[in-house]
Design a protein around this ligand. Structure first.
Ligand code: TMP
Length: 211
């Protein structure tokens, strides 16, 4: 399956993924393309229900392995219900998180065995991977700062603290290193417009010129 039009966004919470996805969607639609955005976990009725279980603060004792199966259950439903059919129809898919989040959060962050993570990710996606992954790089200390500034209540995962985010950050660094062809690393401290321009430049080169 041609996955050039499948683009995922990764990074710690508050790295600005959602804003950039919105901007890229507007750009691509302006160019006449059909675009579908997905947010993980979620994106289908079943997956949104699983999302609520995952983010529920009452579930403090949820184990890393339970997490990985729930995220992956939400994902496989999304892959079958939305991603495969839409790619076949020629849509662009902009994903707010995908399997790299599982490797970073459940693998590196929660300590689930990385080989097990790899196998589960493979099973949950049928091996369908994005053509490009934008990694908005952002230090763990900044997550805490932006979380406090937002003034809203933390969900279960955000409440996990700085140590956890340090491990997730290190995980993303390793994943980026191991997937140089797919990963495009962008400093998330730049202005929204600057980041958007950089993303458009890469999408033009890696996707639009190849279509
Ligand atoms: P969001 O706030 O970006 O929508 O993501 C929800 C949370 O879920 C975020 O803290 C990252 C976490 N997450 C995982 O731990 N593993 C995963 O596989 C995915 C997709 C998200």
């Amino acid at each position: 399956m041609d996955t050039k039009r499948f683009i995922s966004f990764e990074g710690l919470d508050y790295s600005g993924k959602t804003t950039q996805i919105k901007r890229l969607k507007e750009y691509l639609e302006g160019e006449g393309f059909k675009v579908y955005t997905i947010r993980e976990p979620g994106g289908t009725k079943i997956s949104e229900k699983i999302r609520r279980i995952l983010l529920d603060k009452a579930h403090v004792n949820m184990t890393g392995r339970c997490e990985i199966f729930l995220y992956s259950a939400a994902r496989v439903q999304l892959v079958e219900e939305q991603i495969i059919p839409l790619l076949k129809k020629g849509y662009f898919i902009l994903a707010d998180r995908y399997v790299d989040s599982t490797t970073a959060y459940q693998g590196y962050g929660r300590g689930v065995d990385l080989e097990m993570v790899r196998l589960i990710n493979e099973a949950a996606t049928y091996g369908i991977m994005p053509g490009t992954t934008f990694y908005l790089k952002f230090l763990p200390e900044q997550v805490n700062k932006r979380t406090k500034l937002s003034g809203r209540e933390l969900d279960r995962l955000e409440a996990a603290g700085l140590d956890f985010y340090q491990r997730v950050f290190q995980g993303y660094e390793k994943i980026a290193e191991n997937n140089k062809n797919r990963f495009v690393v962008i400093d998330a401290n730049q202005g929204i417009e600057q980041i958007h321009q950089k993303i458009v430049e890469v999408v033009k080169k890696r996707t639009l010129e190849e279509l």
